[in-house]
Design a protein around this ligand. Sequence first.
Ligand SMILES: O=P(O)(O)OC[C@H]1O[C@](O)(CO)[C@@H](O)[C@@H]1O
Length: 430
Amino acid sequence: MQVDLGNVLDTAPAHGVSRETLERLDGRVAAAHERIEQGREANEHGYEALNLPSSTDPDEIRDAVSRFDDPDAVITVGIGGSALGAATLTDALESDVDAYYLDNVDPEAVERLLDSLDLSQTVVNVVSRSGTTAETLANFLVVREAMDDAGVDWAEQTFVTTGEEGNLRDLADKHDLPLLPVPDGVPGRFSVLSTVGLAAAALCGHDIDAILEGAAAQEARLSDSLFDSPAYAYGAVSFALAERGMLQNAMMPYAESLETFSEWFAQLWAESLGKDGLGQTPLRALGATDQHSQLQLYRAGPRDKLVTLVRATERDDVDIPETDLDGLAYLGGSSLGELLDAEFEATEASLVAAGRPNVRIEIERVDEYGLGELLYAMEAACVLYGELASVDTFVQPAVEWGKRAARGLLGGGDFEEADAVAEKERLVVE
Ligand SMILES: O=P(O)(O)OC[C@H]1O[C@](O)(CO)[C@@H](O)[C@@H]1O
């Protein structure tokens, strides 16, 4: 994996960051790295996530899923980091097992999925670190009833991934369900390289050892200089650009297989760094598609964006047949991969031409090793950014207000937040 900051330097000083600025920042990176290493050595909450390449036990995960005999599908019932990491992996990699995610409580979507599956051939992984998340528990109860209605012994086809206590732990104990522990010091958005993200991947037959090896390769690159660590280079330049007004970060992979990765990145970046009025808003984009959608804004809209362009340098390819269509003959005889690469390079140059800073991240292939590298590097980049911004990277207090309001609206307790909902100002236009 490599991170190329050239296009950030090229847009400096007006809209980028100069090499001199990065060299000045490197001293703060060294101090941040020391703090991170202390946190890792002490397995402090959150920092523990950066130890997962060695602390995760792949055999424990394989043992837990080995009892399920060749399912057609796996449904992961979870939300946020309890679903997005696993989805990033299974959506990026091919498998004979279909992986689905119930990470929302849209009744039509839930019903459509359950009606489409042979539940007798479906394994269910209920994932919740806290064991109390309303959406996850509600969806589990719906899935369990659907399995009952289908005459399927749900307990035979369900395993739980959860923390040391809570409703899910109780349920697993009551029904003697197979259980994978969620590492206590790892927030959900940092848990893809743990039991949380790797169980579905293992069920789908993916090489979870290779995922961890890729992650370990980026772990080994963490150093006291951003010029020696791709992860820290990305974290430091993202921070420096945000300090200079680039308060949005468009994550734009040029690979359909990385589309869910952008969703995972959005939670990691937003929930970790959006604190104290600070943060850098992650935007989800996809190359080449969004050249025909959002690029106009990135090039000619407000000067408030970093564009992060990600690609694999190796991939399977498809030839474009020769053609005599007027004006299109230049495409014939090339390939879709060559076209995608040309679009990638043209887009990054077009952003520089418009004075819009962008970073190029390249992995060799979108395979288990490459995904492990990318995911670990983004996590380490996020932790570094949080240290440089002096925010509490590993908590998410702002999300609790809405949970209390929703619970109050459903009669789950007496919450003043629910009262505030009832007092909503209205100006309805019909
Ligand atoms: O794994 P849990 O505890 O169900 O939490 C799911 C998600 O909800 C959050 O706690 C936010 O509400 C995320 O941080 C987390 O990934």
